[in-house]
Write a protein that binds this ligand. Structure first.
Ligand SMILES: Nc1ncnc2c1ncn2[C@@H]1O[C@H](COP(=O)(O)OP(=O)(O)O)[C@@H](O)[C@H]1O
Ligand SMILES: [Mg+2]
Length: 336
């Protein structure tokens, strides 16, 4: 790259947020998207929010692939932040992200990370391989061998749908007889559903810690507690939240989890064990309404700063008014 581009501060960074909900509504993550839109201009970030339905993907063997928005080609952004709520987590959305990756756009978080983390068993496989603590977890096979579950995991057992989120699809089954009834119901109604069985971490019943990690650093952490004696601590199921002072062990565990799973914007959930912590799950589309209320942090600002750091590393420091997109084009033409 031309060295004359180094040495000055960059003024404008263009960030696309990919979000398919109604921004002005109470939809999942709509509040957060509005936060990005209000913080961006204060930091010299041009935030554009696009719905996955606005994209068309053109793949050719002649030219470079292109991205069309509302039917027309558009200049690429400096950074893309897929922030997919439940309704958006489709093959189509992942394909948009993959295409942007192929076109050289920086992405927090990448399609392969999103896919891996959406699969709770895959997540635990990767964590276990890295010798990080996770509760014993087994993929269900029908007909289910209850004795095997009893021997390997024990009761009570947590049953989760493989791809669930926000607390839906997570159940605590107290004993073998209730477990048997549930398996019969599933066998009758939906034998193809993918579910996992997991050791119940009793010490953490109804509470967990959500650690928000951005680009390898802990932004803030909160303790979540279930209301009404339930065992799920999700904020979205009505749990209460409170700032949590992380000790070094918990902070290191959360950062390591995000690193191993390659998540740049991560919500890491930890459970309390008798002598420390174990990893409950990781999230690639963490909300932060509760976290900002509880901890007085500015999450969009932390994320935009991390994006800038990445671009500075990639291009050196950039003169004002020059867009990274222009540099990328210049770099591409000098490589031809
Ligand atoms: N193995 C477990 N032991 C104890 N509590 C658990 C366990 N797994 C999940 N929970 C509780 O259930 C909540 C939801 O589970 P989680 O796996 O995070 O699913 P979701 O993706 O729906 O948030 C967690 O936040 C935690 O409070
Ligand atoms: Mg969770």
């Amino acid at each position: 790259m031309d060295a004359t581009f180094r040495g000055c501060a960059k003024e404008i960074m263009e960030v696309w947020i990919i979000y398919g909900g109604d921004i002005e509504s109470t939809d999942d993550l709509a509040f957060e998207v509005r936060r990005f839109m209000s913080e961006g201009p204060k930091m010299g970030v041009d935030v554009k929010v696009y719905n996955p339905g606005q994209f068309d993907l053109l793949v050719t063997d002649e030219e470079r692939d292109s991205i069309l928005i509302d039917g027309s080609p558009v200049p690429l952004p400096d950074f893309c932040f897929p922030y997919l709520h439940h309704g958006d987590r489709s093959y189509f959305s992942l394909s948009i992200i993959r295409q942007l990756e192929r076109l050289g756009v920086n992405i927090f978080n990448t399609a392969s990370t999103i896919e891996m983390v959406a699969d709770k068993l895959h997540t635990h496989q990767v964590l276990a391989e890295s010798a990080l603590p996770t509760p014993a977890t087994m993929l269900a096979k029908f007909p289910v061998d209850i004795d095997l579950i009893e021997r390997t995991i024990g009761f009570p057992v947590v049953v989760k749908t493989l791809l669930g989120s926000n607390g839906s699809g997570v159940f605590l089954i107290e004993n073998a007889s209730a477990f048997n009834d549930l398996m019969e119901l599933i066998g009758e109604t939906n034998p193809n559903i993918q579910i996992i069985f997991q050791k119940f971490v009793a010490n953490s019943k109804g509470r967990d810690i959500r650690v928000f990690v951005v680009d390898g650093e802990v932004v803030a952490a909160m303790e979540r507690r279930a209301r009404d004696g339930g065992f799920k601590a999700n904020f979205s199921t009505g749990g209460t939240v409170e700032q949590f002072e992380l000790d070094q062990a918990a902070a290191d565990l959360a950062v390591k989890t995000a690193e191993v799973l390659n998540i740049q914007v991560a919500g890491i959930d930890l459970l309390f064990t008798e002598d420390g912590y174990t990893i409950c799950e990781a999230n690639t589309f963490p909300g932060f309404k509760g976290l900002e209320q509880a901890c007085e942090v500015n999450v969009p600002a932390m994320i935009f700063n991390a994006m800038r750091r990445h671009l500075d590393k990639e291009f050196g420091e950039i003169p004002k008014t020059v867009k990274f997109e222009d540099l990328r084009k210049k770099e591409a033409s000098s490589n031809e």
